[in-house]
Design a protein around this ligand. Structure first.
Ligand SMILES: Cc1ncc(COP(=O)(O)O)c(C=O)c1O
Length: 460
Protein backbone atom coordinates (compact mmCIF):
# COMPACT_ATOMS: atom_id res chain seq x y z
CA UNK A 1 0.00 0.00 0.00
CA UNK A 2 2.83 2.35 0.85
CA UNK A 3 4.05 2.21 -2.75
CA UNK A 4 1.37 4.60 -4.06
CA UNK A 5 2.66 7.90 -5.39
CA UNK A 6 0.70 11.16 -5.67
CA UNK A 7 0.48 10.48 -9.40
CA UNK A 8 -1.35 7.21 -8.70
CA UNK A 9 -3.99 9.19 -6.84
CA UNK A 10 -3.99 11.92 -9.45
CA UNK A 11 -4.31 14.73 -6.92
CA UNK A 12 -2.87 18.21 -6.70
CA UNK A 13 -1.00 19.47 -3.65
CA UNK A 14 -2.51 22.37 -1.74
CA UNK A 15 0.08 24.84 -0.64
CA UNK A 16 0.38 25.92 2.97
CA UNK A 17 -2.61 27.98 4.09
CA UNK A 18 -4.84 27.13 1.15
CA UNK A 19 -7.84 24.89 1.13
CA UNK A 20 -10.01 23.03 -1.33
CA UNK A 21 -12.36 26.00 -1.52
CA UNK A 22 -9.49 28.11 -2.85
CA UNK A 23 -9.07 25.62 -5.68
CA UNK A 24 -12.72 25.97 -6.55
CA UNK A 25 -12.14 29.73 -6.77
CA UNK A 26 -9.09 29.25 -8.92
CA UNK A 27 -10.90 27.01 -11.39
CA UNK A 28 -13.77 29.45 -11.57
CA UNK A 29 -11.37 32.31 -12.19
CA UNK A 30 -9.65 30.32 -14.93
CA UNK A 31 -12.98 29.54 -16.55
CA UNK A 32 -13.84 33.21 -16.83
CA UNK A 33 -11.33 33.37 -19.71
CA UNK A 34 -13.04 30.62 -21.68
CA UNK A 35 -16.38 29.20 -22.68
CA UNK A 36 -15.68 26.04 -20.73
CA UNK A 37 -17.94 26.37 -17.75
CA UNK A 38 -18.66 22.71 -17.13
CA UNK A 39 -19.71 21.68 -13.65
CA UNK A 40 -16.84 20.28 -11.61
CA UNK A 41 -15.95 18.90 -8.22
CA UNK A 42 -13.03 19.62 -5.96
CA UNK A 43 -12.48 16.75 -3.54
CA UNK A 44 -10.16 17.09 -0.57
CA UNK A 45 -8.56 13.75 0.24
CA UNK A 46 -7.16 15.34 3.40
CA UNK A 47 -10.76 15.53 4.62
CA UNK A 48 -10.99 11.75 4.27
CA UNK A 49 -7.86 11.47 6.43
CA UNK A 50 -9.40 13.80 9.02
CA UNK A 51 -12.50 11.63 9.15
CA UNK A 52 -10.37 8.55 9.64
CA UNK A 53 -8.46 10.08 12.55
CA UNK A 54 -11.76 11.19 14.07
CA UNK A 55 -13.14 7.68 13.67
CA UNK A 56 -10.13 6.07 15.33
CA UNK A 57 -10.37 8.50 18.24
CA UNK A 58 -14.08 8.06 18.78
CA UNK A 59 -14.45 4.35 18.04
CA UNK A 60 -11.08 2.82 18.89
CA UNK A 61 -12.52 -0.70 19.09
CA UNK A 62 -14.23 -0.60 15.70
CA UNK A 63 -12.36 -1.23 12.45
CA UNK A 64 -13.99 0.66 9.56
CA UNK A 65 -14.73 -1.26 6.36
CA UNK A 66 -15.55 1.59 3.98
CA UNK A 67 -18.79 1.02 2.01
CA UNK A 68 -17.53 1.42 -1.55
CA UNK A 69 -21.04 1.89 -2.93
CA UNK A 70 -21.16 5.34 -1.36
CA UNK A 71 -18.43 6.72 -3.60
CA UNK A 72 -16.29 4.37 -5.65
CA UNK A 73 -13.81 6.99 -6.88
CA UNK A 74 -10.42 5.38 -7.20
CA UNK A 75 -8.66 8.17 -5.32
CA UNK A 76 -10.98 7.77 -2.33
CA UNK A 77 -10.59 4.00 -2.25
CA UNK A 78 -6.83 4.39 -2.61
CA UNK A 79 -6.68 6.89 0.26
CA UNK A 80 -8.60 4.55 2.52
CA UNK A 81 -6.57 1.56 1.41
CA UNK A 82 -3.44 3.48 2.42
CA UNK A 83 -4.98 4.26 5.79
CA UNK A 84 -5.54 0.56 6.35
CA UNK A 85 -9.33 0.42 6.43
CA UNK A 86 -11.23 -2.59 5.25
CA UNK A 87 -13.87 -2.43 2.52
CA UNK A 88 -17.54 -3.34 2.30
CA UNK A 89 -18.15 -4.44 -1.29
CA UNK A 90 -21.61 -5.02 -2.71
CA UNK A 91 -20.63 -6.67 -5.99
CA UNK A 92 -17.96 -8.28 -8.11
CA UNK A 93 -16.96 -4.93 -9.63
CA UNK A 94 -16.41 -3.37 -6.24
CA UNK A 95 -14.32 -6.36 -5.17
CA UNK A 96 -12.33 -6.03 -8.39
CA UNK A 97 -11.73 -2.31 -7.80
CA UNK A 98 -10.53 -2.81 -4.24
CA UNK A 99 -8.35 -5.80 -5.12
CA UNK A 100 -6.85 -3.94 -8.09
CA UNK A 101 -5.35 -1.60 -5.48
CA UNK A 102 -3.59 -4.45 -3.73
CA UNK A 103 -5.99 -4.84 -0.81
CA UNK A 104 -5.82 -8.26 0.80
CA UNK A 105 -9.09 -10.24 0.58
CA UNK A 106 -9.14 -10.51 4.38
CA UNK A 107 -9.87 -6.75 4.36
CA UNK A 108 -13.03 -7.20 2.31
CA UNK A 109 -16.52 -8.10 3.44
CA UNK A 110 -18.95 -8.92 0.65
CA UNK A 111 -21.81 -7.22 2.47
CA UNK A 112 -24.73 -7.88 0.18
CA UNK A 113 -27.14 -10.42 1.64
CA UNK A 114 -28.58 -11.30 -1.81
CA UNK A 115 -25.83 -12.13 -4.27
CA UNK A 116 -25.76 -13.44 -7.81
CA UNK A 117 -24.33 -16.98 -7.92
CA UNK A 118 -21.62 -16.09 -10.43
CA UNK A 119 -20.47 -13.30 -8.12
CA UNK A 120 -20.29 -15.62 -5.13
CA UNK A 121 -18.08 -17.85 -7.28
CA UNK A 122 -15.97 -14.80 -8.17
CA UNK A 123 -15.52 -13.97 -4.48
CA UNK A 124 -14.56 -17.56 -3.79
CA UNK A 125 -12.01 -17.62 -6.62
CA UNK A 126 -10.48 -14.36 -5.37
CA UNK A 127 -10.17 -15.29 -1.73
CA UNK A 128 -12.98 -13.11 -0.37
CA UNK A 129 -14.46 -15.16 2.43
CA UNK A 130 -16.51 -12.86 4.63
CA UNK A 131 -20.02 -12.34 3.31
CA UNK A 132 -23.42 -11.53 4.71
CA UNK A 133 -26.70 -13.41 4.34
CA UNK A 134 -30.23 -13.18 5.71
CA UNK A 135 -32.10 -16.08 4.11
CA UNK A 136 -32.05 -19.83 3.72
CA UNK A 137 -31.81 -19.58 -0.08
CA UNK A 138 -28.60 -17.57 0.26
CA UNK A 139 -27.19 -20.20 2.61
CA UNK A 140 -27.86 -22.90 0.03
CA UNK A 141 -26.22 -20.85 -2.75
CA UNK A 142 -23.13 -20.27 -0.63
CA UNK A 143 -23.00 -23.95 0.40
CA UNK A 144 -22.89 -24.87 -3.32
CA UNK A 145 -20.46 -22.19 -4.55
CA UNK A 146 -18.07 -21.15 -1.80
CA UNK A 147 -16.62 -23.80 0.44
CA UNK A 148 -14.48 -21.36 2.45
CA UNK A 149 -17.16 -18.76 3.09
CA UNK A 150 -17.21 -17.11 6.50
CA UNK A 151 -20.79 -16.07 6.88
CA UNK A 152 -22.18 -13.12 8.76
CA UNK A 153 -25.89 -13.14 9.59
CA UNK A 154 -27.48 -9.77 8.92
CA UNK A 155 -30.25 -8.98 11.33
CA UNK A 156 -33.01 -6.38 10.89
CA UNK A 157 -33.07 -3.19 12.93
CA UNK A 158 -35.72 -0.67 13.79
CA UNK A 159 -34.61 1.87 11.22
CA UNK A 160 -37.90 3.75 11.18
CA UNK A 161 -36.11 6.97 12.13
CA UNK A 162 -33.37 6.72 9.50
CA UNK A 163 -33.39 8.89 6.38
CA UNK A 164 -32.89 5.83 4.13
CA UNK A 165 -34.39 2.65 5.48
CA UNK A 166 -32.63 -0.60 4.68
CA UNK A 167 -34.30 -3.13 6.96
CA UNK A 168 -37.41 -3.05 4.75
CA UNK A 169 -35.27 -5.02 2.31
CA UNK A 170 -32.63 -6.83 4.37
CA UNK A 171 -32.18 -8.44 7.74
CA UNK A 172 -33.51 -11.46 9.57
CA UNK A 173 -35.72 -11.17 12.61
CA UNK A 174 -34.49 -12.70 15.86
CA UNK A 175 -36.93 -15.57 15.40
CA UNK A 176 -35.80 -16.39 11.89
CA UNK A 177 -32.18 -15.98 12.96
CA UNK A 178 -32.43 -19.15 15.03
CA UNK A 179 -33.88 -21.09 12.08
CA UNK A 180 -31.12 -19.77 9.82
CA UNK A 181 -28.43 -20.76 12.28
CA UNK A 182 -29.92 -24.25 12.55
CA UNK A 183 -30.05 -24.55 8.75
CA UNK A 184 -26.46 -23.31 8.42
CA UNK A 185 -25.41 -25.96 10.93
CA UNK A 186 -27.10 -28.67 8.84
CA UNK A 187 -25.31 -27.40 5.74
CA UNK A 188 -21.97 -27.40 7.55
CA UNK A 189 -21.44 -23.67 6.99
CA UNK A 190 -19.17 -21.48 9.06
CA UNK A 191 -21.05 -18.60 10.66
CA UNK A 192 -18.55 -16.16 12.10
CA UNK A 193 -20.76 -13.34 13.27
CA UNK A 194 -23.63 -10.92 13.01
CA UNK A 195 -24.13 -7.67 11.12
CA UNK A 196 -26.78 -5.00 10.97
CA UNK A 197 -27.40 -1.60 9.44
CA UNK A 198 -29.44 1.00 11.34
CA UNK A 199 -30.38 2.74 8.08
CA UNK A 200 -28.44 5.41 6.29
CA UNK A 201 -28.69 8.83 7.88
CA UNK A 202 -29.53 7.47 11.33
CA UNK A 203 -31.25 10.03 13.55
CA UNK A 204 -31.63 7.99 16.71
CA UNK A 205 -28.44 6.63 18.31
CA UNK A 206 -30.44 4.26 20.49
CA UNK A 207 -31.05 2.18 17.36
CA UNK A 208 -27.41 1.13 17.56
CA UNK A 209 -27.60 0.03 21.18
CA UNK A 210 -30.79 -1.95 20.52
CA UNK A 211 -29.19 -3.59 17.50
CA UNK A 212 -26.01 -4.41 19.45
CA UNK A 213 -28.13 -6.00 22.16
CA UNK A 214 -30.07 -8.00 19.51
CA UNK A 215 -26.76 -9.10 18.01
CA UNK A 216 -25.76 -10.38 21.47
CA UNK A 217 -28.94 -12.54 21.50
CA UNK A 218 -27.97 -14.01 18.13
CA UNK A 219 -24.43 -14.72 19.35
CA UNK A 220 -25.98 -16.57 22.30
CA UNK A 221 -28.31 -18.53 20.02
CA UNK A 222 -25.31 -19.44 17.90
CA UNK A 223 -23.40 -20.61 20.99
CA UNK A 224 -26.31 -22.91 21.88
CA UNK A 225 -25.97 -24.47 18.44
CA UNK A 226 -22.20 -24.83 18.75
CA UNK A 227 -21.08 -21.70 16.90
CA UNK A 228 -18.28 -19.65 18.43
CA UNK A 229 -18.88 -16.36 16.65
CA UNK A 230 -16.11 -13.77 16.65
CA UNK A 231 -17.28 -10.89 14.45
CA UNK A 232 -19.77 -8.10 15.07
CA UNK A 233 -20.41 -5.73 12.15
CA UNK A 234 -22.28 -2.59 13.22
CA UNK A 235 -22.85 -1.38 9.63
CA UNK A 236 -23.12 2.25 8.53
CA UNK A 237 -25.53 5.11 9.19
CA UNK A 238 -22.99 7.62 10.53
CA UNK A 239 -23.37 11.30 9.55
CA UNK A 240 -21.15 12.70 6.81
CA UNK A 241 -20.95 16.30 7.90
CA UNK A 242 -21.35 18.39 11.01
CA UNK A 243 -24.48 19.94 9.49
CA UNK A 244 -26.44 16.82 10.35
CA UNK A 245 -28.85 16.87 13.27
CA UNK A 246 -27.08 14.05 15.02
CA UNK A 247 -23.33 14.41 15.49
CA UNK A 248 -20.93 11.53 15.01
CA UNK A 249 -19.73 11.73 18.61
CA UNK A 250 -23.32 11.64 19.91
CA UNK A 251 -23.66 8.27 18.18
CA UNK A 252 -20.31 6.94 19.33
CA UNK A 253 -21.18 7.96 22.90
CA UNK A 254 -24.01 5.42 22.68
CA UNK A 255 -22.16 2.73 20.74
CA UNK A 256 -19.09 2.47 22.97
CA UNK A 257 -20.92 1.65 26.23
CA UNK A 258 -23.21 -0.76 24.37
CA UNK A 259 -20.18 -2.58 22.98
CA UNK A 260 -18.57 -2.66 26.42
CA UNK A 261 -21.75 -4.08 27.89
CA UNK A 262 -22.60 -6.72 25.31
CA UNK A 263 -19.21 -7.41 23.69
CA UNK A 264 -16.54 -6.41 26.20
CA UNK A 265 -13.00 -6.04 24.92
CA UNK A 266 -12.01 -9.40 26.44
CA UNK A 267 -14.91 -11.24 24.73
CA UNK A 268 -12.68 -12.09 21.79
CA UNK A 269 -15.17 -10.51 19.39
CA UNK A 270 -13.74 -8.31 16.65
CA UNK A 271 -15.94 -5.30 15.88
CA UNK A 272 -16.10 -3.78 12.41
CA UNK A 273 -18.42 -1.22 10.76
CA UNK A 274 -19.35 -0.26 7.20
CA UNK A 275 -19.32 3.55 7.11
CA UNK A 276 -19.94 5.12 3.73
CA UNK A 277 -21.34 8.65 3.97
CA UNK A 278 -19.21 9.38 7.04
CA UNK A 279 -15.95 9.20 5.13
CA UNK A 280 -16.74 11.06 1.92
CA UNK A 281 -19.67 13.45 2.25
CA UNK A 282 -17.82 16.56 3.40
CA UNK A 283 -14.76 16.00 1.19
CA UNK A 284 -16.53 17.01 -2.04
CA UNK A 285 -17.65 20.42 -3.21
CA UNK A 286 -19.56 20.75 -6.48
CA UNK A 287 -19.54 23.89 -8.60
CA UNK A 288 -22.31 24.26 -11.17
CA UNK A 289 -22.84 27.00 -13.70
CA UNK A 290 -26.03 28.86 -14.54
CA UNK A 291 -26.72 28.01 -18.18
CA UNK A 292 -30.21 29.44 -18.51
CA UNK A 293 -32.63 31.54 -16.55
CA UNK A 294 -36.29 32.46 -16.61
CA UNK A 295 -38.17 35.20 -14.82
CA UNK A 296 -41.66 34.20 -13.82
CA UNK A 297 -44.05 36.88 -12.69
CA UNK A 298 -46.33 35.94 -9.84
CA UNK A 299 -49.92 36.06 -11.00
CA UNK A 300 -51.09 37.88 -7.93
CA UNK A 301 -48.69 39.94 -5.94
CA UNK A 302 -49.05 39.84 -2.19
CA UNK A 303 -46.74 42.81 -2.02
CA UNK A 304 -47.75 46.44 -1.76
CA UNK A 305 -44.34 47.59 -2.92
CA UNK A 306 -44.57 50.45 -5.31
CA UNK A 307 -41.04 49.88 -6.59
CA UNK A 308 -39.92 47.97 -9.65
CA UNK A 309 -42.03 44.97 -8.75
CA UNK A 310 -38.99 42.79 -8.10
CA UNK A 311 -40.74 41.06 -5.22
CA UNK A 312 -43.34 39.72 -7.61
CA UNK A 313 -40.79 37.70 -9.49
CA UNK A 314 -39.65 34.18 -9.11
CA UNK A 315 -36.42 33.27 -10.80
CA UNK A 316 -35.83 29.88 -12.34
CA UNK A 317 -32.15 29.04 -12.69
CA UNK A 318 -31.03 26.17 -14.93
CA UNK A 319 -27.60 24.74 -14.11
CA UNK A 320 -25.35 22.19 -15.80
CA UNK A 321 -25.74 19.26 -13.39
CA UNK A 322 -29.01 17.84 -12.13
CA UNK A 323 -30.88 14.95 -10.58
CA UNK A 324 -29.85 12.59 -13.35
CA UNK A 325 -26.25 13.50 -12.54
CA UNK A 326 -24.72 14.41 -9.18
CA UNK A 327 -28.04 15.41 -7.66
CA UNK A 328 -29.40 11.89 -7.98
CA UNK A 329 -28.90 12.03 -4.19
CA UNK A 330 -32.15 14.03 -4.09
CA UNK A 331 -34.06 11.07 -5.54
CA UNK A 332 -32.13 8.13 -4.09
CA UNK A 333 -30.72 9.50 -0.88
CA UNK A 334 -33.52 11.89 0.16
CA UNK A 335 -30.96 14.68 0.17
CA UNK A 336 -31.90 18.34 0.57
CA UNK A 337 -29.32 20.58 -0.98
CA UNK A 338 -28.85 24.34 -0.90
CA UNK A 339 -26.32 26.32 -2.88
CA UNK A 340 -23.93 28.91 -1.62
CA UNK A 341 -22.84 31.79 -3.76
CA UNK A 342 -19.44 31.96 -5.26
CA UNK A 343 -19.54 35.76 -5.25
CA UNK A 344 -20.32 37.63 -2.09
CA UNK A 345 -23.54 39.61 -2.62
CA UNK A 346 -23.57 43.33 -1.90
CA UNK A 347 -25.04 44.13 1.53
CA UNK A 348 -28.10 45.84 0.01
CA UNK A 349 -28.53 43.41 -2.88
CA UNK A 350 -32.15 42.47 -3.50
CA UNK A 351 -32.98 38.78 -3.24
CA UNK A 352 -35.77 36.79 -4.85
CA UNK A 353 -37.55 33.50 -4.41
CA UNK A 354 -35.86 31.07 -6.77
CA UNK A 355 -35.92 27.51 -7.95
CA UNK A 356 -32.95 25.63 -9.38
CA UNK A 357 -33.23 23.07 -12.18
CA UNK A 358 -30.92 20.58 -13.85
CA UNK A 359 -30.05 20.62 -17.55
CA UNK A 360 -32.13 17.71 -18.87
CA UNK A 361 -35.48 18.00 -20.59
CA UNK A 362 -37.27 16.23 -17.75
CA UNK A 363 -39.56 18.15 -15.40
CA UNK A 364 -38.43 15.91 -12.57
CA UNK A 365 -34.98 17.41 -12.86
CA UNK A 366 -35.40 19.97 -10.10
CA UNK A 367 -32.58 20.51 -7.61
CA UNK A 368 -34.07 23.13 -5.28
CA UNK A 369 -37.78 23.84 -5.15
CA UNK A 370 -37.46 27.11 -3.29
CA UNK A 371 -34.63 29.23 -2.05
CA UNK A 372 -33.70 32.89 -1.84
CA UNK A 373 -30.97 34.17 -4.11
CA UNK A 374 -30.00 37.45 -5.75
CA UNK A 375 -30.65 38.04 -9.43
CA UNK A 376 -27.64 36.20 -10.85
CA UNK A 377 -26.38 36.49 -14.41
CA UNK A 378 -25.90 33.62 -16.84
CA UNK A 379 -22.47 32.10 -16.38
CA UNK A 380 -22.49 32.66 -12.61
CA UNK A 381 -21.47 29.76 -10.38
CA UNK A 382 -23.35 28.10 -7.54
CA UNK A 383 -21.52 25.91 -5.05
CA UNK A 384 -22.82 22.88 -3.24
CA UNK A 385 -20.95 21.55 -0.21
CA UNK A 386 -21.04 18.05 1.24
CA UNK A 387 -21.53 16.38 -2.12
CA UNK A 388 -19.34 13.28 -1.71
CA UNK A 389 -21.87 10.66 -0.62
CA UNK A 390 -24.25 8.87 -3.01
CA UNK A 391 -23.66 11.45 -5.75
CA UNK A 392 -20.93 10.55 -8.25
CA UNK A 393 -21.48 6.84 -7.58
CA UNK A 394 -24.98 6.78 -9.05
CA UNK A 395 -24.99 9.58 -11.58
CA UNK A 396 -25.89 8.99 -15.22
CA UNK A 397 -25.29 10.75 -18.52
CA UNK A 398 -29.04 10.93 -19.30
CA UNK A 399 -29.79 13.38 -22.13
CA UNK A 400 -26.13 13.21 -23.08
CA UNK A 401 -24.87 15.37 -20.24
CA UNK A 402 -21.41 14.48 -19.07
CA UNK A 403 -20.54 13.84 -15.45
CA UNK A 404 -18.51 16.60 -13.79
CA UNK A 405 -14.74 16.17 -13.62
CA UNK A 406 -13.39 15.61 -10.13
CA UNK A 407 -10.23 17.46 -9.11
CA UNK A 408 -8.58 15.85 -6.13
CA UNK A 409 -6.47 17.92 -3.76
CA UNK A 410 -4.59 17.27 -0.56
CA UNK A 411 -2.24 19.26 1.68
CA UNK A 412 1.38 18.14 1.92
CA UNK A 413 1.02 17.43 5.61
CA UNK A 414 -2.02 15.22 4.94
CA UNK A 415 -0.05 13.33 2.30
CA UNK A 416 2.86 12.83 4.70
CA UNK A 417 0.50 11.65 7.44
CA UNK A 418 -1.18 9.18 5.08
CA UNK A 419 2.18 7.79 4.06
CA UNK A 420 3.24 7.52 7.67
CA UNK A 421 0.05 5.66 8.64
CA UNK A 422 0.39 3.46 5.58
CA UNK A 423 3.90 2.33 6.51
CA UNK A 424 3.83 2.47 10.31
CA UNK A 425 0.17 2.30 11.26
CA UNK A 426 -1.56 4.51 13.81
CA UNK A 427 0.26 4.47 17.11
CA UNK A 428 -0.12 6.47 20.27
CA UNK A 429 -2.64 9.26 20.83
CA UNK A 430 -4.40 10.35 17.66
CA UNK A 431 -4.09 14.04 16.93
CA UNK A 432 -7.04 16.18 15.87
CA UNK A 433 -5.89 16.75 12.28
CA UNK A 434 -2.88 18.04 10.43
CA UNK A 435 -2.74 21.79 11.12
CA UNK A 436 -2.53 22.73 7.47
CA UNK A 437 -5.60 20.65 6.67
CA UNK A 438 -7.54 23.41 8.31
CA UNK A 439 -6.19 26.62 6.91
CA UNK A 440 -7.67 29.71 8.50
CA UNK A 441 -9.87 30.40 5.48
CA UNK A 442 -11.60 27.05 5.95
CA UNK A 443 -11.84 27.19 9.70
CA UNK A 444 -14.21 30.14 9.53
CA UNK A 445 -15.71 28.94 6.30
CA UNK A 446 -18.83 30.72 5.25
CA UNK A 447 -19.06 30.48 1.55
CA UNK A 448 -20.65 33.89 1.27
CA UNK A 449 -17.68 35.56 2.89
CA UNK A 450 -14.66 33.81 1.56
CA UNK A 451 -12.08 35.84 -0.25
CA UNK A 452 -11.51 34.75 -3.83
CA UNK A 453 -7.87 33.75 -3.40
CA UNK A 454 -6.00 32.14 -6.22
CA UNK A 455 -5.05 28.55 -5.52
CA UNK A 456 -1.30 28.11 -5.73
CA UNK A 457 -1.72 24.41 -6.32
CA UNK A 458 0.37 22.78 -8.98
CA UNK A 459 -0.31 19.59 -10.86
CA UNK A 460 2.15 16.82 -10.32
C1 LIG B 1 -24.77 -3.02 3.59
C2 LIG B 1 -24.46 -1.58 3.69
N1 LIG B 1 -23.40 -1.20 4.42
C3 LIG B 1 -23.03 0.08 4.52
C4 LIG B 1 -23.73 1.07 3.87
C5 LIG B 1 -23.26 2.50 4.02
O1 LIG B 1 -24.14 3.22 4.78
P1 LIG B 1 -23.82 4.72 5.21
O2 LIG B 1 -23.45 5.47 4.01
O3 LIG B 1 -25.07 5.17 5.86
O4 LIG B 1 -22.71 4.67 6.21
C6 LIG B 1 -24.88 0.74 3.13
C7 LIG B 1 -25.66 1.78 2.45
O5 LIG B 1 -26.62 1.54 1.76
C8 LIG B 1 -25.24 -0.62 3.02
O6 LIG B 1 -26.28 -1.01 2.29
Amino acid sequence: MSSYTPADFDFTFLEEGFCARDCVEQRINESSMSDDKDAFYVADLGDVLKKHLRWMRALPRVTPFYAVKCNDSRAVVMTLASLGTGFDCASKNEIQLVQSLGVDPSRIIYANPCKQVSQIKYASAHGVQMMTFDSEVELMKVARCHENAKLVLRIATDDSKAVCRLSVKFGATLKSSRLLLERARELGLDIIGVSFHVGSGCTDPETYSQAISDARCVFDMGAELGYNMTLLDIGGGFPGSDDSKLKFEEITAVINPALDKYFPADSGVRVIAEPGRYYVCSAYMLAVNIIAKKVVMKEQSASDDEDDGANDRTLMYYVNDGVYGSFNCILYDHAHVLPTLHKKPKPDERTHPCSIWGPTCDGLDRIVEQCILPDLPLGEWLLFENMGAYTVAASSTFNGFQKPDIHYVMSRSAWQRIQQISTQGLHGPIEEACPSDLPSCCRKESSLELPAKPCPAHVL
